[in-house]
Structures are given as structure tokens and as C-alpha cells.
Ligand binder design. Structure first.
Ligand code: PA5
Length: 321
């Protein structure tokens, strides 16, 4: 799994090469919806936050099987499932076909690949990884598709982000170690402010899946309107901890706000800060993702957990068919 984290920059570069002819011409869609679950959905969340001020049309992420009513003939549906066998994504993809919506699939194999046959454009990423370890492929293939559709230029950012991540990786292992030391024995909540709410979500998911640790995520500023109140009734000195993901590119207003929320929460729980590194927005998001991934692996090791296996998730998937 650590190899997969080290391989993220390469995945990002390789994913950019996996182009597909979109089923619609440039300028022909007025919205895009990405359907996927877990490790196959997070890349789309990141894409939306990274490109929030550049995307030409709304891009939504659906974690579920039912396409919303607003999905119309000018909506491109992008079904992402690394294994290709996730029920929710398959159902949503099938209903896109049934409804006559343009569809692109991103997968390594499975029933999603079968569903596409020759009729649906399919971006096939290399297989053999746990889905959450394929983030680089899933993010950069989506980014390339967005570029092909003329919705935003992305390739240069992806290559730059991959380079910044490659440079930062050696230092991140030590940071992950230090954080793991501080967090051992706690139940962490991870906070991020756009464009880091997707990253906070990724951290919590990686702690859940790799380290088998209950962990939550919160988005700011929304969490400052509800979740922060919950901290005031929490057990003082209890096992809860909060991690604030900080962006060196955040505005002075956001920085002040993050400081204030940290000060409030630190009255109730141990607060930690993880600061992203990098020059570009995507580069900083990626280095912070990698730090969270490494932290989850470090905590998995300390807790004697196997990060590659997710038996509970598999059992639920099998039961649902
Ligand atoms: O990371 C994981 O293993 C999970 O979160 C999966 O991504 C999730 O269960 C969906 O599976 P898939 O990505 O194969 O569609």
C-alpha cells in the first residue's frame, strides 16, 4: 500500500494518457454528473474543488444509484468504479443507458466494462490495486475527460501537481509518523475548508478503511454552523481529537477563521494541524492526500491492522449482490 502512495505521481501521469473519444462534442453538454462510491468517488470531489473557479458547467458527484431528475439529454454521466462491480454505480450507469443519457465509464474491469461493450466509451485503468489506492488514475482520467470536453484545461496542472507531490513525498513520511504518534488512541475528526473538504473526506475514509479506525470529517465553514457545537458537550480529555488541514494558499480571512475554529475546538479536544505543501492548488491537495494516506498506513501498522483488506465492506457488498 505504501508503494501505491509512492506511485501516485506516476498514476497521475499515466492516467492523462488514457484518453477516450467523448460521446458528445465540445460545448454540447450543460452539466456533468460523476457516479461512484468510496475510493472511486473521491477523485471527482477533488476535481470539483480543484476546478471550482474554472469549470464551464456544473459538475455533481452522486454516491448512490438513482440519477437526479435534473439529469437531461445534455448531461454527461460518468460512471467510475475501479472494480467495475459496485452495485450502486452499475445501477446508475444502467439507468443512464436506459434514459438515453450520454455515458462514459472509468474502470479497471468487471461488470461495468461488460455493460459498456463497444457501445459506451470506456476508459480502462490498470487493475490489481485496492480501489482507494488507484486515486491517481481515477483523478487524472477524469481530468483528461474534462479537458477533452472543453470544460477546463487540466493536463498542465496534473503534471505540475504530480511533480510537486513527487518532491514532497520523502518529507511526508516523517510528518505522518509524528501525527500518528500524536493521534494514537484517539478518534479523530478531520476538517478542511474548500478546496480541502474533499481531502478531509479522503483522510477520514483512509483512516476508516486502512487503519480500521472510526474517524469523521467535517467541512468548514459549514461545520462552524453545527458540528462545532457538538464539541462543547464532548468528554473533556476524552479520546476525541481534531485535525485541521491547512492550505498555505488560504486567504487571510480563511486563515483567521480556521485559527478561530481551532481555538474553540481545542478547549474540548486535542487539536492538530497538517499543512499542505506545494505551489499549485492541486499540488497542495495531492500532498495533503498523500500525508493522510501515509498516516492511515502508519496507524494501521501501530494498531496491527491489515490495510489491504476491507472485510466488512466486502461482506456488505456480497450480501447485496
Ligand atoms: O476503497 C475502497 O475499497 C472502497 O471505498 C471502494 O472504492 C468502494 O467500495 C467502491 O468500489 P469500487 O471503487 O470498486 O467501485
Amino acid at each position: 500500500m505504501r508503494d501505491a502512495v509512492r506511485g501516485l505521481p506516476r498514476q497521475l501521469e499515466e492516467g492523462l494518457e488514457l484518453a477516450v473519444e467523448p460521446p458528445v462534442s465540445r460545448g454540447a453538454i450543460d452539466s456533468l454528473i460523476v457516479v461512484g462510491m468510496g475510493g472511486s468517488a473521491i477523485g471527482a470531489d477533488m476535481l470539483v474543488e480543484w476546478l471550482w473557479d474554472r469549470l464551464e458547467v456544473p459538475v455533481a458527484v452522486l454516491r448512490g444509484e438513482r440519477l437526479p431528475r435534473w439529469v437531461g439529454e445534455k448531461t454527461l454521466v460518468v460512471a467510475v468504479s475501479y472494480s467495475g462491480n459496485t452495485r450502486e454505480t452499475l445501477t446508475a450507469a444502467a439507468s443512464a443507458i436506459e434514459g438515453g443519457h450520454p455515458l462514459v465509464a472509468i474502470t479497471s474491469d468487471g461488470r461495468l466494462a461488460e455493460l459498456c461493450q463497444d457501445a459506451i466509451p470506456l476508459i480502462r485503468v490498470p487493475g490489481g490495486l485496492p480501489p482507494r489506492a488507484a486515486l491517481g488514475y481515477l483523478l487524472s482520467t477524469s481530468a483528461r475527460l474534462v479537458e477533452e470536453l472543453g470544460l477546463a484545461d487540466t493536463s498542465r496542472d496534473v503534471l505540475e501537481g504530480a511533480r510537486e507531490l513527487q518532491e514532497a513525498l520523502p518529507g511526508l513520511a516523517q510528518d505522518a509518523d509524528r501525527l500518528a504518534e500524536a493521534l494514537e488512541g484517539t478518534l479523530p475528526t478531520v476538517y478542511g475548508h474548500p478546496p480541502f473538504t474533499s481531502v478531509a473526506r479522503r483522510w477520514a475514509a483512509q483512516l476508516n478503511e486502512n487503519a480500521k479506525l472510526m474517524a469523521w470529517w467535517g467541512e468548514l465553514p459549514e461545520g462552524s454552523h453545527n458540528q462545532v457545537e457538538g464539541w462543547s458537550g464532548s468528554l473533556e480529555g476524552g479520546p476525541l481529537a481534531a485535525i485541521f488541514l491547512r492550505d498555505p494558499g488560504e486567504s487571510p480571512t480563511v486563515a483567521r477563521f480556521m485559527d478561530e475554529v481551532t481555538a474553540v475546538v481545542s478547549r474540548e479536544a486535542a487539536c492538530h494541524t497538517a499543512t499542505a505543501v506545494g505551489e499549485t492548488r492541486l499540488g497542495r491537495m495531492l500532498t495533503c492526500v498523500a500525508l493522510g494516506d501515509l498516516l492511515s498506513l502508519e496507524l494501521a501498522e501501530r494498531r496491527g491492522m491489515e490495510p489491504l483488506e476491507v472485510p466488512v465492506i466486502e461482506a456488505i457488498k456480497n450480501a447485496r449482490g
